[in-house]
Design a protein around this ligand. Sequence first.
Ligand code: ADP
Ligand code: MG
Length: 698
Amino acid sequence: MENRVPDLFGSMVFHEHVMKERLPKSTYKTMCKVMQEGKRLDKEVADIVANAMKDWAVEKGATHFTHWFQPMTGITAEKHDSFIAPAGDGQIIMEFSGKELIQGEPDASSFPNGGLRATFEARGYTAWDPTSFAFIKDDTLCIPTAFYSYGGQALDKKTPLLRSMEAFNKQAMRIMRVFGDTETTRVNTTVGSEQEYFLIDKALYLQRKDLVYCGRTLFGAKPPKGQELDDHYFGAIKPKVKAFMSDLNIELWKLGILSKTEHNEVAPAQHELAPVFTTVNIACDHNQVTMEVMKKVADKHGLVCLLHEKPFDGVNGSGKHNNWSISTDKGVNLLEPGDSPVENTRFLLFLVALIKAVDEYQDMLRISVASAGNDHRLGANEAPPAIVSMFVGEDLQEVLTSIESGAEYAGKDREMMKVGVHVLPRFFKDTTDRNRTSPFAFTGNKFEFRMLGSAVSIACPNFILNTIVAEELAQFADQLEVAENFPTAVNELIRKTVTEHKRIIFNGNNYSDEWVVEAEERGLLNLRTTVDALPYYVTEKNISAFTKHGVLTEEEIHSRYEILVENYIKVVHIEALTMLELAKKSILPAVSSYVKELAETISLKRQIAATINCRSEESLAMELSELCADFMDKMGSLEECLAKAHGSADGQAEAEFYKDGVIPAMADLRAIADKMEEEVGEKYWPFPTYGELLFSVL
Ligand code: ADP
Ligand code: MG
């Protein structure tokens, strides 16, 4: 098997080496230029490439092609067309033109657009992103594309990401040049996203309407055992899970996805997959495909892969750690301290740009991970809190402190750092100093943004990160390009930035109550929920930064804000309806039949002797009847609340109502159901319990 991996890897991808093999030399050269420099492809070249792609795909068994895109639903979309074309004599030929490769026009009127398209111009267009390779999935040649409206507005997650890469490159290149670098021609951001997920038994899943409709359980009493023994984390992988992981790896490798690390996570039935990092737009495509393939492979194994941020109460939810760094086309990681004073100063400048960006755009980073599902994680004692802060570790903290005070740095390894010369000791890379509670942690040569929920597309957090850092680099470049004395100017800039933005750095325990108080004293935002965070999207500060760098237009920002608000409302609404359905059709009837059984038992027992002891049956029947009555009341309250919440003209006000009215009413209803579950006989309970769901896979 091991021997096959290199052959298998990327076998379903129309990769550079396939192009080299199959395209005429001059076409291949043009394609390389297109991929590296983002040049447009002319029609003749496109025809040649399309034909070669089609031949390759048909040899691999593909019958269809699709423009694969990432609309605002957060998942991917595709509409398949077959390659067949009539050949005139009742036969067909397989055809694929350059035009079909470059542009598509899906009838896309049903994708969320936040008011960007009137129905009369409901056309959407897809355009090939040649920087991301075409691949074959389920006998279909998938062309990665961007999706936009007739007026050119972005309707997807990918377009702003691609735009942000250009903005980042432009500003980072200005910084490279002021440091005298003349060789670097491109600066990209790189991402490795660790993906957490749950695996549960499919037969049990199908009996839980809450999981089927909402992806998470809406009822469920805590089982006697949860994650308290820490016996699952990094534990031996069970055979059924191992078989799933092996199959998953093969499918991902075929698609050129660098699936690297797999292990059990903290909660029972929870696991993680981490890929090797790559350029951000590819990382984004790969993460989308990974999530999709996980679900498909799980199904083949009689399992269901849950990607929801919080499928179960009382055990950890699932996140997605977004490891983010900066890399030049010469392979230099700009978030890694270098060997020379110049490299170290450059490292510190990029570092303080990040510190400033995270401080000034706390709100945007919070928004980038905001969803109804992730609200159940952030702020609970498992994920980072809703407060955005940054961890740099003890060593780097000492360096920053000495820069600020102008004192000499006397680090651990006794190598002195003179402020102004910036000789940094090379210890950061192997730092063992890790803080797993921080939302944004420096880990030696990259930052790990840990607030992402497992289900989110990484496009949004990354286009936001790219843009806010590009903005700070632009401000720095504006100053440094005209500085009379560069070394003095750059050192002063670093010092000033540390002083002004150090409040965002917190190296302590982010889960503690003291931090919440301290963060407030520092003036940091604590946007607890999605509804609290979203209005910041459309503030002047944020509109100005995102429009300035050409990442989003003002219209696009408003549309995205509206889509997020709308999505929040819809998700909570569906959950509330699902709860009511389960309450009425499953839970109440179940409890009722148990009470009936108890009542019948009492009356049968009394036939034996009128004085027989029926205390247990009586007290249980009494208690459950009381609970049922309460349960009915709470159902009524939730129904009332829903009726009031729905259909308000102002989206933000409606979302607030869902947050402050509907969600608490749902929690009240659940509390009673969970209590009843603990009292009702096992065979009466209408769906699988937490214990069964979490410990079903062997
Ligand atoms: P951890 O201790 O969090 O498991 P690892 O070093 O194993 O840290 O890396 C976790 C993730 O970070 C992996 O997906 C890895 O590919 C990614 N990563 C490593 N270096 C970089 C980088 N320079 N840019 C982006 N991601 C990176
Ligand atoms: Mg990690």
